[in-house]
Design a protein around this ligand. Structure first.
Ligand SMILES: Cc1ncc(COP(=O)(O)O)c(C=O)c1O
Length: 402
């Protein structure tokens, strides 16, 4: 069969990611990988989940194993609204839709807003899964660089003015404001304010994707964009993937009611409903007050791993101009920049020869830049692996400097 003739324009536009091919190389015994974005399975609360699973089956098996409502199980929506309200958000369950993790939220938002050729403003670098969701609807991505305080809103302001002049206004702005994937940086309060003001000025939705917000190791959190927004521009994506575990595929989106209604419509043809069973498990887990201590436990483990990675980078990386890395106060990742001229894609095979892997920076840069950078994950490897892996990585960098 000539399948090429049959594929949709959207399908033809989807590209197999270069990093997938690279990471196949990294699939060898003894290799220490900083490439994934996986939580540490050692923190999964197996005992509590096993007990709650038995209870759900015994006490509410008839509904937990049944189809559910597209917008989510009503008691879980209520629990999520309560959780948001406890953090100062002004919301009810009508502002919440349960999704099959936050990746589905990104897909639903794309489905709701994007026609081929539409513009989406993204950070440089940005979350690859977000970029892929938008481009699968054939959006054009316009990247705005970030620094240690998040997206550079002065550049955003210039870009919006330029796009307006060309009659090409974007459909929305997408940011990961807390412990960003991939850069590890957090947007400052002042930048958040300026970003929102620009969204008001140009009448644009702001998509806040914040899976790592709760995983803060130190310092005071700036307010959520959702909390700062009093005009209904923010759509806020959340997930249990990093604060509990990702295997349940459970997340939620908070937005004005009109948007929630459209997301629900878009979701109906996608999966009818998010699994009722996992929703029942998490609702009980939350109602029992187990989520807060679980988050504290995760923070304790990841803080130590972050410290191990920063300590090893300080100890082993060559001290030459042009080498620097972010110092995240939470989350799962940090971002290393090497001197111009070192191409982390070319360096990858040498790193794998030394049994260490990372993700090349250009994978996260919608404009193809970032060739001298890389993302390192510290949540999955053990502290010992982090120390040894960074030592190997530093040797690889030294070889390239020479
Ligand atoms: C910024 C960001 N958004 C969304 C996701 C998707 O997570 P999930 O679909 O597991 O909720 C991730 C996963 O790493 C992420 O880093």
């Amino acid at each position: 069969m000539d399948l090429q003739r049959l594929y949709s324009a959207n399908m033809k536009n989807m590209k197999r990611s270069a990093i997938r091919e690279l990471l196949k190389l990294a699939n060898k015994p003894g290799l220490i990988s900083f490439a994934g974005g996986l939580p540490d399975p050692g923190v999964f609360p197996l005992e509590a989940i096993s007990q709650i699973t038995a209870e759900v089956l015994a006490q509410e098996g008839d509904t937990a194993l049944q189809y559910g409502l597209t917008a989510g199980e009503p008691r879980l929506r209520r629990a999520l609204a309560k959780w948001g309200a406890a953090q100062g958000l002004n919301l009810t369950e009508e502002n919440v839709i349960v999704t099959t993790a936050s990746q589905q939220g990104l897909e639903l938002i794309s489905k709701m807003f994007l026609d081929p050729g539409d513009i989406v403003i993204v950070e440089l670098p940005s979350y690859l899964g977000g970029l892929n969701a938008f481009t699968s609807y054939r959006a054009n991505l316009v990247s705005i660089p970030l620094d240690d305080e998040g997206m550079k809103v002065d550049l955003l302001s210039d870009k919006l003015k330029e796009l307006q002049g060309q009659g090409k206004m974007p459909k929305f702005i997408y940011v990961v404001p807390d412990f960003q994937n991939p850069a590890g940086v957090t947007m400052s309060t002042e930048r958040r304010r300026q970003l929102l003001d620009l969204c008001y000025q140009y009448d644009l939705p702001l998509v806040e994707d914040t899976p790592y917000r709760e995983l803060r190791f130190e310092g005071q959190a700036p307010p959520d964009l959702l909390k700062m927004d009093d005009k209904g521009h923010v759509i806020s994506l959340h997930t249990f993937s990093k604060i509990l575990f990702p295997g349940m595929r459970l997340g939620w989106t908070i937005a004005p009611r009109e948007i929630i209604d459209k997301l629900e419509l878009a979701k109906q043809s996608m999966d009818l409903c998010t699994p009722s069973f996992t929703q029942a498990l998490v609702r009980r887990y939350m109602e029992r007050g187990l989520l807060e201590p679980q988050i504290e436990r995760i923070i304790g483990v990841y803080r130590k791993k972050r410290d191990a990675m920063l300590g090893s980078l300080d100890a082993y990386m060559p001290k030459v101009p042009g080498i620097h890395w972010t110092r995240p106060k939470g989350g799962l990742f940090l971002w290393v920049t090497l001197p111009k001229g070192i191409d982390t894609q070319k360096m990858f095979a040498q790193a794998v020869d030394r049994d260490v892997a990372y993700v090349i920076g250009s994978a996260f840069c919608a404009d193809g830049s970032g060739e001298n950078s890389m993302r390192l994950n510290f949540s999955f490897p053990t502290e010992e692996e982090i120390t040894e892996g960074i030592r190997r990585l530093a040797e690889t960098v030294k070889e390239n400097l020479a």
